[in-house]
Design a binder for this molecule. Structure first.
Ligand code: AMP
Length: 396
């Protein structure tokens, strides 16, 4: 029987999954992927083969769904029916936002690890509880299968202390108030992909711009994280779909003291009502909508998004001592030639020479041969990274 790894990314109302099968050798190949959306409201289940062929698409009655537990049980039943006896699950790999200071590598989860991971919920209120609900559901339904947690923070551990630190009294550092950084599974994948697709850049200075619904940038030096724009939580750094990114802490004091807002209201404001959505006057958090709109506030949102990227590019370049390449990835980075063009044009101090046709094509190197630094587009694959980590841990 062929071995496979199931990868789960559990959100508040969705569980995204991918099944990676071991091919003839030791390589893992995507076999199917899909999602359960609308958990707890109006759950819909869909799955496709690796080639995009529809395998299933159906709505479930609300009562059938319950929460993540019921959703995962339904998924497990579908997997069993779909794969029959052809595939044996060797592990379930979970995307987990926060591994704190403890976890610099993926780890097999047991009750003790879960307890520790729950203590990081306040550090990632938007993602961590849902990630853990996914693990709880999988542990309950398939207790015999190893559950592997892969952290978005792990790739950034081990940086120079100066890049990790806040200028707070030391006791807070001792309590774990540090700049952890996120999107680490994406950056780890990109660092490896650079080694394969652009080996001349593997030991150089590269800034990766992961631009999606959540956005951040990472300075890679010799293939390792040197610094990154997200910090203690996934709120810091760039402007995002609905998150502020970096904001003067004085604004939070003003909201608390002068506007009478409480912590919960501020959390909602910072995570869910701000960013592109906030600046566009509530129009949309989706970059496609904003680029298509002729509302001046939509244009303001796009301009701010681009401006912040350029500013952070300058900061990361200076911190790392130079720049050999900029890499775009994730939903916006991979798909929007317009945003890439605007970033490159606004960052004119770097002297990038964009190749318009290559940018429109949107894969590989998108600058001309004489351009230093270079600009690349490399699609990320966090799911494959998780599958590989899980496979390594169970010795597949
Ligand atoms: P992600 O979180 O990586 O899935 O990225 C989601 C973001 O990518 C959303 O803001 C989408 O609007 C954006 N996106 C996807 N395709 C395009 C596109 N062709 N042009 C602009 N933005 C896009």
């Amino acid at each position: 029987m062929q071995k496979a790894i199931l990868v789960l990314n559990a959100g508040s109302s969705s569980i995204k999954f991918s099944v990676f099968r071991q091919n003839g050798g030791s390589e893992l190949e995507l076999d199917s992927k899909g999602q359960i959306e609308g958990i707890g409201v109006r759950p819909r289940f869909s799955a496709k083969s690796a080639s995009g062929e529809k395998l299933i698409e159906e709505e479930w009655e609300k009562k059938e769904s319950g929460g993540h537990g019921r959703a995962f049980a339904n998924l497990a039943a579908w997997l069993k029916g779909h794969y029959q006896d052809q595939v044996e699950l060797a592990a379930v790999g979970h995307r987990v936002l926060h591994g704190g200071q403890e976890y610099a590598k993926p780890i097999r989860v047991d009750a003790k690890v879960m307890e520790k991971l729950r203590s990081f919920i306040s550090l990632g209120p938007l993602h961590q509880p849902n990630n853990l609900a996914g693990i709880d559901a999988a542990m309950e339904e398939t207790p015999e299968i190893p559950q592997i947690a892969c952290f978005d923070t792990a790739f950034h551990r081990g940086r120079e202390p100066v890049t990790d630190r806040f200028a707070l009294p030391r006791k807070y550092e001792d309590l774990g108030v540090l700049r952890y950084g996120f999107h680490g599974l994406s950056y780890e994948y990109i660092a490896r992909a650079i080694g394969e697709q652009a080996p001349h850049l593997a030991d150089k200075r590269v800034v990766v711009a992961h631009l999606g619904n959540g956005s951040s940038m990472c300075a890679l030096k010799n293939g390792r994280s040197y610094d990154t724009t997200m910090g203690f939580t996934a709120l810091d750094g760039l402007c995002m779909g609905t998150r502020t990114g970096a904001i003067d802490a004085g604004v939070l004091l003003w909201l608390l003291q002068d506007q009478g807002m409480d912590a919960k209201q501020i959390e909602t404001l910072l995570y869910k009502e701000s960013g592109l959505l906030g600046i566009s006057g509530g129009l949309s958090s989706d970059m496609r909508d904003l680029l298509e709109s002729d509302d001046p506030k939509a244009a303001d949102a796009v301009e701010f998004f681009v401006y912040r990227i350029v500013k952070e590019l300058g900061a990361l370049t200076a911190a790392m001592g130079g720049l050999d390449a900029l890499v775009f990835t994730a939903g916006i980075g991979e798909n929007s030639a317009e945003i890439r063009k605007r970033v490159v044009e606004r960052a004119s101090a770097f002297g990038f020479k964009l190749d318009a046709a290559a940018n429109a094509n949107g894969r590989g190197c998108i600058t001309t041969e004489s351009s230093t630094p270079e600009v690349w587009v490399i699609p990320t694959n966090e799911e494959l990274m998780i599958a590989q980590h899980a496979a390594n841990i169970v010795g597949l």
